[in-house]
Ligand binder design. Structure first.
Ligand SMILES: Cc1cc2nc3c(=O)[nH]c(=O)nc-3n(C[C@H](O)[C@H](O)[C@H](O)COP(=O)(O)O)c2cc1C
Length: 198
């Protein structure tokens, strides 16, 4: 019997707890997640992104808004994320609708990045064909010349997206492959919770 939504614990708090345990357990980046999108024909593609936090609204990530993933999201604004933390033997899967984040949030995140990442964001037309590595190095030099100081504004083609979760599944390894799976499904303002067979 699923719990009534009001009685369901908060899966975002549970995710944040797992993320903190993963960060403590492993020197590798605990915030890396596979992001799956699909194009207008429904053909899937997947790549890693960093998801550094989550809150009641959902799971944010930042990228080039003209990249392949951004083109997919323009045609089909839904995505799935999958976190895997080998040190914990845990996985978290998130599925939901995707919306662009407000520019102010992208500005704040962009400012927090190292200078060379900010230069790289300007220099790279992410996902476009590259003829020659020298082309990219020349683009980096041009950006360096254009913004010689520490201050580098966010490129207008770079920003954030939010995956608003409709379903979150927590998976934990169990003995004899009898793993533990708990799924939270959005129901109005709350969550319906259930277990799945491994
Ligand atoms: C661990 C890891 C984290 C990454 N984080 C990001 C990220 O936060 N944003 C991003 O645009 N690309 C990130 N990348 C690169 C993407 O995986 C991908 O190569 C790039 O975004 C282009 O994808 P696309 O052509 O499907 O749009 C990351 C790669 C790895 C391996």
């Amino acid at each position: 019997m699923p719990l009534p939504p009001s009685a369901a614990p908060d899966p975002i708090a549970r995710f944040l707890d797992a993320l903190a345990r993963a960060a403590a357990a492993s020197p590798h980046d605990a915030t890396a997640a596979a992001l799956a999108t699909a194009d207008a024909r429904g053909a899937p593609s997947v790549r890693m992104v960093l998801v550094k936090s989550a809150d009641a609204r959902g799971f944010p990530f930042f990228t080039n808004r003209e990249s392949r993933k951004a083109r997919d999201l323009a045609a089909n604004p839904r995505a799935a994320l999958c976190f895997h933390w080998p040190a914990l033997e845990e996985q978290v899967r998130v599925e939901g609708a995707v919306t662009p984040l407000p520019d102010a949030e992208a500005d704040a995140y962009f400012r927090s990045r190292p200078r060379e990442s900010r230069v790289g964001a300007w220099a790279s037309r992410q996902s476009a064909p590259l003829g020659d590595r020298a082309e990219l190095e020349a683009a980096v030099r041009e950006v360096e010349a254009r913004f010689p100081g520490e201050e580098i504004p966010r490129p207008p083609f770079w920003g954030g997206y939010l995956v608003a979760p409709e379903r979150i599944e927590f998976w934990r390894s169990g003995p004899g492959r009898l793993h533990h799976r708990t799924v939270y499904v959005r129901r109005g303002d709350g969550w319906e919770v259930g277990a799945l067979q491994p």
